[in-house]
Design a protein around this ligand. Structure first.
Ligand code: ATP
Ligand code: MG
Length: 413
């Protein structure tokens, strides 16, 4: 029934000096994500038309749902400007898509000024014909549940019912690349998604303490990265797995309990900065949300970021947990995050962590630790893997530690 999918860019993408860069970026992504479909893509100034041949438009829309920077898309019928023909197609669309009583209006845009009727006159004439045949519709021009759009352009007239909202935001990767601290929890994948939605490509870093923590906790992080990779411009994300067990054990043995998480975080940030620099990641992204737990008070966040100078962004810092959960559901990470396996921050949790750690005291504790070499080794022994949307990586049956997994079959694949 439909001839095209019509895609509209977000407004911001069409403004300012960089618009051609934005458009090129997003067009490349559309072509990449729709690779393999039997379609033609026509990139125009403010729109993209996907000409459907044999494909199901809903399958294509499922792919568009992962592209940042798109404002909306619609399934469109095209014809010449003729009121009889337009109303016939409109009735076909309506009887397919609207089965129940629904309030409705017609919105006409007349870009082709050769047409002798005004937009309003076209809407009125069409609604008279359509309402006669679609008894489930009742006109409400102020708050309609459904709007039928008729756009009379120079070449053809386009008819469509819904504008399906896109992800909005900016095209992923126009802002450069950031390094996401990815735990197995609910928050950090959502932070990664939001960072991508504002134009950052991401790599992920995970601190793993196998066998202190189960290998399943690392599998979770791989599975989360795979979900996030759907949003990245190349449908793949690099994941750095940092061997953290030795540092973790040293901290468990030598740091007073109340400062354990603070010092652990400071070590993580030092390593993350090293990995970020080596991989051209301009910023570090974390899933912290202010006030959620003791380690996320303002004082804690200040104390843990003090050892490094790389900019840290925290997309969730002001978010409410219930909003984070909604987003986790939308991006399909919630179910994976809810699996029970601990990572290094949830195994052996201190009973009374300090709520307002001081930088001075953190420095004092660290001055008694010998950690430089351990951090260097952790960076050197970090394993980096490419996680792709279209490939499954399973490490659970391949060893109890990441080292075993990589030294076995997996590393040689
Ligand atoms: P999340 O749900 O993302 O785990 P959280 O609310 O449980 O967050 P914390 O466990 O205190 O919070 O962690 C705060 C942030 O620190 C995480 O969002 C993540 O960005 C980072 N982080 C924590 N543990 C790890 C880890 N093992 N590897 C990488 N990053 C981590
Ligand atoms: Mg956590």
């Amino acid at each position: 029934m439909y001839d095209y999918i019509m895609i509209k860019y977000g407004d911001l993408i069409l403004k300012g000096k960089n618009q051609h860069i934005f458009r090129r970026n997003i067009n490349n992504q559309i072509a990449h994500k729709l690779y393999g479909f039997d379609i033609d893509i026509d990139f125009q100034h403010d729109l993209v038309f996907i000409k459907l041949k044999n494909e199901d438009p809903n399958e294509i829309i499922k792919k568009l749902d992962y592209i940042s920077g798109l404002s909306s898309y619609s399934k469109v019928k095209a014809c010449s400007f003729d009121l009889e023909t337009i109303s016939k197609h409109a009735i076909d669309i309506i009887s397919e898509e609207i089965k129940e009583d629904t309030t409705f209006k017609i919105e006409t845009k007349r870009a082709d000024k050769r047409i002798p009727l005004t937009s309003l006159e076209i809407s009125i004439k069409l609604s008279k014909i359509i309402l006669r045949q679609a008894s489930q519709l009742k006109v409400d021009v102020h708050h309609p549940e459904k709007t039928l759009h008729v756009e009379a352009r120079q070449d053809q007239t386009y008819i469509y019912l819904d504008k399906i909202p896109g992800l909005g935001g900016f095209p992923t990767s126009i802002g450069g690349r950031g390094l996401l601290l990815l735990s197995g929890g609910i928050d950090s994948p959502v932070a990664g998604y939001l960072a991508m939605n504002t134009g950052l490509e991401i790599e992920c870093i995970h601190f793993e303490s196998t066998p202190l923590t189960p290998i399943e906790s690392v599998q979770k992080v791989i599975d989360l990265t795979k979900k996030l990779s759907k949003y990245s411009s190349g449908s793949k994300i690099k994941l750095h797995l940092v061997p953290f067990k030795e540092i973790h054990e040293m901290l468990l043995n030598e740091v007073e309990e109340s400062y354990l998480i603070t010092i652990m975080r400071r070590m993580m940030y030092r390593i993350a900065e090293g990995i970020a620099k080596a991989n051209n990641n301009k910023v570090i992204i974390s899933g912290d949300s202010i006030g959620q737990v003791a380690s996320q008070t303002i004082e804690s966040l200040i104390a843990v970021q003090e050892p490094i100078s790389t900019l840290i962004i925290r997309p969730l810092s002001t978010y409410d947990k219930s909003d984070i959960i909604k987003l986790a559901r939308k991006i399909n990470t919630l179910e994976i995050s809810n699996k029970p396996f601990s990572d290094c921050c949830t195994v052996y949790v201190p009973k009374k962590p300090v709520i307002k750690p001081s930088i001075y005291r953190s420095g004092l504790i660290e001055s008694k630790l010998n950690f430089d070499l351990l951090l260097k080794q952790a960076i050197k022994n970090t394993r980096s893997i490419m996680v792709k949307d279209r490939e499954t990586i399973n490490i659970i049956d391949k060893g109890f530690t990441v080292e075993e997994v990589f030294n076995g079959d997996f590393g040689n694949e």
